[in-house]
Write a protein that binds this ligand. Sequence first.
Ligand SMILES: [Zn+2]
Length: 278
Amino acid sequence: MVESNDRIIVQKKSDLKFLEFRNLKTHQDILTHCFTTRLGGVSSGECTSLNLSFNRNDSRENVLANYCIIAGAMGVDFDRMVLSHQVHGNKIRYVGPEDAGKGLARESDIIGCDGLTTDVPGIPLVTFYADCVPVLMLDPVKKAITAVHSGWKGTLANISLEALRLMEEKYKSNMEDLQVAVGPSICKNCFEVGAEVYEFFINKYPWCDIYIDRCNEKYHIDLQQIIKRVLTDYGVQEKNILLSDTCTKCNSDVFFSYRGDMGKTGSLAAIMMLRETI
Ligand SMILES: [Zn+2]
């Protein structure tokens, strides 16, 4: 069970449930956003029911129907949604007006990009998750957004830092203006890894031991806290970072969870769109 709290808002429209993050919701005059749950779609079996990925054990027809449901509930244009193509890397793609619809309404040349960014209103950016960490960024001053998919490999490749540098260079964002929401993803207790992955993290982030627990020969890594530290070290204000503190695996009745469903699962999505303002 996932309910509204001081960080997230659970929106309900008949069977459909999706989340909003309170710090981003504050800027609803310029931003529409959501993080989906697995509830309220038409898919069945392991993809029950709001699977939003075409790369799962689901029919194209079902996935398209699910997009219609969530686009309708959010009030965004289905035909303009742009989908990422994720490979656990750190590439971020700028989305311009000419990209509208890529990956859903039409063919896409967006390949191997775990992040999407835009300063163009009216184009919903869609990124995918099932335990990996969603990092959603809004610059309310320069009116620009970036969404990145940061699983453990993306976190090692430091895709969040790539996003901050991109926003600084492309939009002249001031770090102290940024609002960041870190969405539902696997918690420290559920994210157990072996020594090899632990070594990768210690070598990349020598300070990260405080976010890791050891249990026998296994390690439990807090990806959300490591990402938060990367953000604050680069100048994002701690008060502007919202950690959803919601685990996809602990709540696999509400969310698709790769580990919770032992690899047979659907895909959640984060959807962000700048609104047209007058
Ligand atoms: Zn958990």
